[in-house]
Design a protein around this ligand. Structure first.
Ligand code: SAM
Ligand code: GLN
Length: 296
């Protein structure tokens, strides 16, 4: 299929409609119909600026070559967002590369939940927020964009991720303070302040589950963003809960993204750390994916 496309395109005989159909067919074989239609829309609209896939006309030679490169890399299971260097999140564009996790739809739901709480808060003019393990900066940047009165700070252990996150703050025209910090190293905690909201989508996949993960995730996404050791799979939740109980203002809120299989254990961790009104929230698929605890 890909070879056919090379020949026809370079000879200039492939119309936009044919190129679109061929792209969908070849990606469908690996990703399924829904995903392939969504990827085709992103490639043709965002990358090539073509919104009408039925339009009469040919792809340019450059577009044909680029399309082939995209298809080749997709057939290697590389995430489309890395190939295009960009991901959509909460209606915003984020630069992404292999140093940061591709922002996920479930994390959009987490941001939505935090915003609901922040908007209800009578003090929201002055709320301070810390995002731990910010990666691309998707949580921190979106919160600031949606509620400019928030004072948003974000940390990550990866300096390379923070370079990407800073770019995303600049592109989206918001000011977020980024700081390199290893949250598991308690000696670094006093470099951080006290906050009204702390949020984290930490690594939570035990290494032993790696072989079960899809190729595009386990081969291309940063390992330190995803995996935790098998003997301490909840280390980030227990450590961040401890950190938050010392670094949240009274009435402050700790939000976590989590895996449905460890939701109950995360609730126990929060309660053991003295958090009140601990609650779980389900994602759109009805799975426990988020937790909240309030500092008394
Ligand atoms: N917040 C982003 C999102 O929701 O898409 C990225 C989340 S990713 C699951 C976890 C992030 O935590 C990665 O960016 C990783 O570099 C960072 N991280 C891993 N270990 C860390 C540590 N010890 N201290 C701080 N950040 C850490
Ligand atoms: N939701 C991500 C995935 O399933 C994992 C994110 C994380 O480890 N925090 O790939």
């Amino acid at each position: 299929m890909i070879e056919t496309l090379v020949k026809t395109n370079i000879e200039g005989t492939l119309t936009i409609k044919q190129a679109y159909q061929q792209f969908c067919e070849s990606t469908n074989q690996i990703y399924g119909l829904r995903e392939s239609l969504s990827m085709a829309r992103i490639v043709f609209e965002d990358e090539f600026g073509i919104t009408n896939f039925e339009r009469v006309g040919d792809l340019s030679k450059e577009q044909s070559i680029r399309l082939l490169e995209i298809q080749r890399r997709l057939s290697n299971h590389e995430p489309l967002q890395y190939i295009l260097g960009e991901a959509d999140f909460y209606g915003l564009k984020f630069k992404v590369d292999a140093n940061v996790l591709v922002p996920r739809p479930e994390t959009e739901e987490l941001v939505y939940w935090i915003l609901e709480h922040a908007r209800l808060s009578v003090y929201n003019q002055n709320l301070s927020v810390l995002d731990i393990g910010t990666g691309s900066g998707c949580i921190a940047v979106t919160l600031k964009k949606e509620l400019p009165s928030l004072d948003v700070q974000a940390t990550d252990i990866s300096g390379k991720a923070l370079v990407v996150a800073q770019k995303n703050a600049t592109i989206n025209k918001v000011s977020v303070f980024f700081k390199e910090n290893d949250i598991l190293n308690t000696k670094g905690w006093d470099q951080l302040e006290s906050y009204d909201v702390i949020v984290s989508n930490p690594p939570y996949i035990p290494v032993q589950e790696k072989s079960l993960m899809p190729e595009n995730v386990k081969t291309f996404e940063p390992q330190e963003a995803l995996f935790v050791s098998d003997d301490q799979p909840l280390i980030f939740y227990s450590t961040i809960a401890k950190f938050a109980s010392a670094h949240l203002n009274k009435g402050g809120k700790l939000f976590f993204e989590l895996n449905e299989f460890n939701a109950e254990q995360v609730v126990q961790i929060l309660e053991k750390e003295g958090f009140e009104k601990v609650e779980l929230k389900q994602d759109l698929n009805g799975k426990d994916r988020m937790a909240l605890g309030i500092k008394n």
